[in-house]
Design a protein around this ligand. Structure first.
Ligand code: S3P
Length: 172
């Protein structure tokens, strides 16, 4: 198998951070959660970065950290759901990664995000279902555009999703 880098993309709540470590173990790769990485490097939480410096500062950090992993080997990276907004990020993803879009129904996302929406800078203060629909309408074509593989995740366990991804990486 010559895939050295896998990126898991998809909307907040699609399971990137839970599937990622399972997939990484399955492949014998390292796992990087890009939001955790940004927090470690900046010494601040994602919420603090949004609050103190705004979304564009967060996006700049996100792009910088993504590019750090563009040449790493044997790695599964899970960036935040908004990574596809910037064309430069999409270009890195397309060129450097096997990109797996974890596609979830809006109702699944809403169920998973309801209890934590107030802690997420892009969801806090909005009616949840409307906000998800709005952001998905802006992003779903971008997820499709960069995806090498699309996996529908509704009702599936992290293990089953990881196996499906691994099956798509390995020659039949
Ligand atoms: C964001 C998703 C979050 C985080 C930030 C912005 C987005 O990551 O990067 O709050 O724009 O969708 P997760 O998708 O890992 O929750």
């Amino acid at each position: 198998m010559d895939t050295l880098r896998v990126a898991l993309i998809g909307f907040m709540g699609c399971g990137k951070s839970t599937v990622g470590p399972v997939l990484a173990r399955r492949l014998g790769y390292a796992f990087v959660d890009l939001d955790s990485d940004i927090q470690t490097v900046s010494g601040r939480t994602i919420q603090e970065i949004f609050k103190e410096d705004g979304e564009s500062a967060f996006r700049a950090l996100e792009s910088e950290r993504l590019s750090q992993y563009a040449c790493a080997s044997d790695i599964v990276v899970a960036p935040g759901g908004g990574v596809v907004i910037a064309e430069a990020n999409r270009s890195i993803l397309r060129r450097q990664f096997h990109v797996v879009y974890l596609r979830a129904k809006a109702s699944t996302l809403a169920d998973r995000l309801r209890s934590e929406a107030e802690h997420r800078p892009l969801l806090a203060g909005y009616p949840l279902e409307e906000r998800i629909a709005r952001l998905m309408s802006e992003r779903s074509a971008l997820y499709d555009e960069v995806a090498s593989q699309i996996v529908d995740v509704d009702g599936k366990s992290p293990h089953a999703i990881a196996e499906e991804i691994a099956g798509g990486l390995e020659p039949a």
